[in-house]
Ligand binder design. Structure first.
Ligand code: PLP
Length: 394
């Protein structure tokens, strides 16, 4: 059984991902045989004697349902250690508090989730942490930024919402040479489509809110690593600030992981169909989707991703006004802030997810005012195409 000390006890790296997603890292409940790890809805754990316990003392430090999720996440990501958090941003916060102190510097991708920028610039900068946002897809810019000491390089690839890619193996080599850790936000592709630890990353971050849980039911986050010392630091800070995931969302997330490889394959196949439709539509000015041959970094996408993923970005002829009209006219796609759900979600990043990113940084990152982000769900793609087609005709 997976325990607090050994969360990946049932993980066999030789199995295929579909199998690991169902069985890796945790087993049916050893006391009752319950197939699903129960929801351990408890604050504390009765101890047999002073100084003795069964691995759990208080649910801010650890909870068996959360351990089961961590074991499964570590197994699917090919990591050895995982910590689960109450949100993705709580995971980013713990990462920063565990690795940084006043006077330290970090380098990040210019196009990242808006909340990551807000955390670094508006919360951590006043505490003396310097952050530099650069175009991490540009080898020269990356090498230059890493000439000055940095604690870690944080990349998001594909980047939300531009879909620009960063070469993970190159970023790993350059950050190692510079003595910096490499952190990869793997939220958009998940381990089903991209394996950053195998390409040299030190830590992976997830907003499990997205594809990992996958059903628009929870918010959550995770940090994964193969490095025991880093894991200890993360677990310590998580306990110190109280950022652990709760038992019920952990349980729901664990159910989501079981179908992750199947869902990601279907999300990706659907997104490719929708992207091909949009690419050939006369009213679409441009479209970015890593699975299209027209995508500027198509060769890199083929090298480091299993397929294009579920997200695409595009702009309608007529700019912001036309994009807004489209988003207000769709019927099947839902206008919403999230991505990575079973249902297709359409978003206007500039007024929604990336509203707190300074306009100059948005412009430099290629987040234009008319950019429309589509997180393609699991509906039949023909229905999605029909919906977008009627909205584009308005
Ligand atoms: N990373 C990425 C790529 C995201 O898109 C998000 C949220 O949209 C986050 C991190 C933050 O996660 P959460 O919303 O679960 O706090």
């Amino acid at each position: 059984m997976a325990t607090a000390d050994n969360p990946t006890a049932n993980f066999s790296p030789d199995q295929f991902l579909e199998t690991i997603a169902l069985h890796g890292g945790t087993t049916p409940d050893p006391t009752t045989g319950a197939m699903l790890t129960p929801i351990y809805q408890t604050t504390t754990y009765r101890q047999p004697a002073v100084g003795e316990h069964k691995g759990y003392t208080y649910s801010r430090s650890g909870n068996p349902t959360v351990t089961a999720l961590e074991g499964r996440l570590a197994a699917v990501e090919g990591a050895e250690f995982a910590t689960a958090y109450v949100t993705g941003l709580a995971a980013t916060t713990v990462l920063c508090l565990a690795l940084l102190k006043a006077g330290d510097r970090v380098v990040l991708s210019q196009a990242v989730y808006g909340g990551t920028v807000r955390l670094l610039k508006q919360v951590l900068e006043p505490f003396g942490v310097e952050s530099e946002f650069i175009d991490t897809s540009d080898e020269g810019a990356l090498a230059k930024a890493l000439k000055e000491p940095a604690k870690f390089l944080f990349i998001e690839t594909p980047a939300n919402p531009t879909l620009k890619l960063t070469d993970i193996a190159l970023a790993a080599r350059l950050s190692k040479e510079a003595g910096a850790l490499l952190v990869v936000d793997n939220t958009l592709l998940t381990p089903a489509l991209q394996r950053p630890l195998d390409l040299g990353a030190d830590i992976i971050l997830h907003s499990t809110t997205k594809f990992i849980e996958g059903h628009n039911a929870t918010v959550g986050g995770a940090l994964l690593t193969r490095n025991a010392e880093l894991h200890e630091k993360l677990a310590f800070v998580r306990n110190a600030i109280g950022a652990i995931q709760a038992a019920f969302p952990a349980w729901l997330t664990l159910q989501g992981v079981k179908t992750l490889p199947l869902r990601m394959a279907q999300h990706s196949a659907n997104a490719l169909r929708v992207a091909q439709f949009l690419e050939s539509h006369p009213r679409v000015e441009w479209i970015a989707y890593p699975g299209l041959e027209s995508f500027p970094q198509y060769e890199l996408a083929k090298r480091q991703q299993k397929s294009g993923g579920a997200l695409l970005a595009f702009e309608v002829e007529g700019g912001v006004e036309a994009g807004v009209r489209l988003m207000n006219s769709v019927k099947l796609c839902s206008l919403a802030e999230n991505l990575g759900a079973a249902e297709t979600l359409i978003t206007h990043p500039v007024s929604m997810t990336h509203g707190d990113v300074p306009p100059e940084q948005r412009a430099a990152a290629g987040i234009s005012d008319g950019l429309v982000r589509l997180s393609v769900g699991l509906e039949n793609p023909d229905d999605l195409i029909a919906d977008l087609d009627q909205a584009l005709k308005r």
